[in-house]
Write a protein that binds this ligand. Structure first.
Ligand code: SAH
Length: 356
């Protein structure tokens, strides 16, 4: 998401980036960044065609890949040649392409696979939203609505295939978050966890699998709940979990001990986010706890994926990523006492809040 075309070393730390920047003339550095969108679209098409899956057992020529993937061989060759230049796939001495460490996560069955996310990232409804970023920056309104004439979640409801692509993308991102959240937060041994906007269900499945005495409730929009069901069944926890198809602006299931909101508030502006929090507050007993899990924007000039996701939220849904201070203000305005902030090993931070 950094928009970087990537050097030979791929993603570098802030310090290394500073050193690179010192070595690279500014015009060249700028040119490299300007091709970021092209790199992302090339990764998208390789992911969509399933190239990394085809290379699982060894190198293939672009011609063979094109036959298997239903592509135009010379054009596919050009895409793979360009990607090999940034460390994704590598050509061997016979001109066949092979996996590299950065190509591995594009395999569907790789641990921590990012294939579904790479696909969603380049699909035309995302790409066309970025294409109208000027509209968002001039008006503050989501480019998505300008292009498609409806808010994102209505678009998904009308186009189940786009909704499915999004749910799968979120699932592919969730694997790293789920383990990191479980490691960072001590969920209770008993009681009920309500995952509000629980999406594809992987976090709740992981929490319930780790706490056999806990029950779960997942609230999401009707088509998403159906997709979560399979996940909870596969994890063997469906018997301890209620699925609620509903609208978190209307009602949130009452009586839970822990309410989870993961990557939900960032889809919304402050007014809507406060309304969702107020529904959670109203549903919660005085002894309940709320756990917000979101990418947290660092203060200052630090490089941060959250700052780029923030722009995706701007063009795509009209939401925003927030600093820790902004999260605390939002929670306080919705009747919560914000408490501990816990970093995790993944891209999300946790903020716990108690009703007040
Ligand atoms: N918590 C999940 C999903 C985050 S995406 C995860 O981290 O993977 C945001 C979720 O909010 C989506 O699943 C979307 O379907 C859901 N959502 C959006 N509007 C909603 C509404 N009005 N009521 C309930 N859920 C909604």
């Amino acid at each position: 998401m950094s928009g970087s075309a990537g050097g030979e070393e791929g993603v570098s730390s802030g310090t290394a980036q500073a050193a690179d920047a010192a070595a690279e003339p500014p015009e060249r550095a700028l040119m490299r960044l300007l091709s970021g969108a092209w790199v992302a679209q090339a990764i998208f098409v390789a992911a969509k065609l399933g190239i990394a899956d085809l290379l699982r057992d060894g190198p293939w020529s672009a011609a063979d890949l094109a036959v298997a993937a239903g592509a135009h061989a010379p054009s596919l060759h050009r895409v793979l040649r360009a990607l090999a230049g940034v460390g994704i796939f590598a050509a061997d001495a016979q001109g066949r392409f092979a996996l590299t460490p950065m190509a591995e996560p594009l395999r569907s069955d790789a641990p921590g696979s990012l294939r579904a996310y790479a696909v969603m990232n380049g699909e035309r409804w995302v790409w066309r939203s970025w294409g109208e970023i000027e509209h968002s920056v001039r008006t503050g309104r989501p480019a998505f609505e300008h292009v498609f004439g409806a808010p994102l979640f209505e678009y998904y409801a009308a186009r189940p295939e786009a909704g499915r692509v999004s749910v799968e993308a979120l699932r592919s991102l969730s694997a790293a978050d789920d383990a990191a959240i479980l490691a960072a937060y001590d969920f209770p041994a008993g009681g009920t966890v309500v995952d509000v906007g629980g999406g594809q269900g992987s976090l709740l499945a992981a929490v319930l699998a780790a706490r056999p005495g806990l029950r779960g409730v997942l609230l999401d929009r009707p088509p998403v709940v159906e997709m979560a069901r399979g996940r909870l069944e596969a994890a063997g926890v469906a018997g301890r979990c209620d699925l609620v198809a509903g609208d978190f602006f209307v009602a949130v299931p009452a009586g839970g001990d822990v309410y989870l909101l993961k990557k939900v508030l960032h889809d919304w502006g402050d007014e809507d986010a406060r309304a969702i929090l107020a529904r959670c507050r109203a549903a919660m007993p005085g002894t309940g706890r709320l756990l917000v899990a979101e990418p947290v924007v660092p203060e200052g000039n630090l490089p941060s994926e959250a700052k780029w996701l923030d722009l995706l939220m701007l063009v795509y849904v009209g939401g925003r990523e927030r600093t820790e201070a902004e999260h605390r203000d939002l929670l306080a305005a919705a009747g919560f006492a914000p408490g501990r902030a816990l970093p995790t090993a993944s891209g999300v931070g946790l903020i716990e809040a108690l009703p007040c």
